[in-house]
Design a protein around this ligand. Structure first.
Ligand SMILES: [Zn+2]
Length: 137
């Protein structure tokens, strides 16, 4: 049986800033530059979630599309859209909300939540020029 990959996109907007309390003020400013401004700045993120599996011969689908959409909405968009990531999303109370950490947090939120297909890749675009991929092991 052929394994197929299906990707669903979603967009969300969120603000963040980069700051590590273990660094001095100068280190934070040197390492994070403008992104260290505690008042934050926003991004329009694009999320791509790819699932993989075999096509169900009866339905012709690899995943329940409604389930995938609802899971992405519930686990990611409801928690992160129009939020200040540092202050409103628990993962970023300790981790710096870089695109790297955002992609990992989204992977962990989605992993094991889909009923049929398996999670293959989480891709988060911070801008049109920059994106991060996380894959399962
Ligand atoms: Zn930023």
């Amino acid at each position: 049986m052929k394994v197929v990959y299906l990707t669903r996109k979603a967009e969300f907007s969120a603000s963040h800033y980069y700051h590590n309390p273990a660094f001095s003020l100068e280190e934070n400013q040197r390492i994070f530059g403008k992104c260290n401004n505690p008042n934050g700045h926003g991004h329009n993120y694009t999320l791509e979630v790819t699932v993989k599996g075999e096509v169900d011969q009866r339905s012709g689908f690899v995943v329940d599309l409604k389930d995938l959409k609802e899971t992405m909405n519930r686990e990611v968009l409801d928690a992160m859209d129009h939020r200040f990531l540092n202050k409103e999303v628990p993962e970023f109370k300790t981790a710096i909300p870089t695109t790297e950490n955002l992609a990992i947090a989204i992977w962990k939120r989605l992993e094991g939540k889909l009923k049929v297909a398996r999670l293959h890749r989480v891709r988060v675009h911070e801008t049109t020029d920059l994106f991060v991929d996380v894959y399962g092991d």
